[in-house]
Design a protein around this ligand. Structure first.
Ligand code: SF4
Length: 211
């Protein structure tokens, strides 16, 4: 896709998705980090159901350690990969308690050293907290980027790097939210709504069906 088309699409998103919001419900940065870790391979709605209960009991890393692995697993069992996530959360909370005095480091390299925190989680967390140009590539951003030919990449890491190169800095902090919303409401995984899509004219998906 050429530069002009990308710019038109970004401006369309800017006009249409006026108030970028995150669907995960949280009150503190700790709750936000735990919610994002839980959201891998799970819907935000499902995570919100689980955290509604979890955050009644836990407010800081040591609360999770007090809860323990077995009890944590029971509470989060309705999200995907709950065994793995429970273990990662316990390990991360141990580090947050022992090294960061129950706080969360606001630094990407340090976040990436926490179990369960990959590039998407670190970028999304920092994007929301610092409101800076961190681009988190989740399943929606990956699909919309590749399907529209906005940028192509075989992995989320490739897509992330290309987005940093191709998207003007002033749009980068809002990109995750825009592409996420577009992937949920129009460019869905199965049966995308091409006929009513706001960027159908510029999208380069060869199989788009526009009536
Ligand atoms: S036209 Fe279809 S494939 Fe292209 S972005 Fe819109 S919904 Fe997705």
């Amino acid at each position: 896709m050429n530069k002009n088309k990308r710019l038109i699409i970004l401006k369309k998103f800017e006009q249409y998705y006026l108030n970028p919001t995150i669907k995960l419900k949280y009150k503190t940065y700790f709750e936000l980090l735990i919610s994002i870790i839980l959201s891998a391979k799970s819907s935000d709605a499902q995570v919100n159901k689980v955290t509604k209960k979890l955050f009644l009991y836990v407010h800081k890393p040591s609360d999770i350690l007090d809860l323990g692995y077995d009890q944590l697993k029971v509470i989060i069992q309705s999200v995907g990969l709950f065994n793995k996530k429970a273990l990662a959360i316990i390990k991360t909370c141990r580090i947050l308690k022992n090294i960061y005095n129950e706080d969360i480091p606001m630094n990407k390299d340090k976040l990436l050293l926490l179990p369960g925190v990959g590039r998407k989680t670190a970028n999304l967390f920092l994007n929301i907290v610092l409101k800076k140009n961190f681009i988190a590539v989740d399943t929606h951003v990956f699909r919309v980027s590749n399907r529209t030919n906005f940028v192509n990449g075989i992995s989320s890491y490739h897509v992330e790097n290309k987005l940093y190169q191709c998207v003007p800095i002033k749009f980068q902090s809002r990109l995750h939210s825009w592409f996420g919303s577009h992937g949920r409401y129009f460019c869905r995984s199965l049966s995308p709504k091409c006929s009513i899509c706001i960027i159908k004219i510029w999208c380069e998906y060869p199989y788009k069906i526009i009536k």
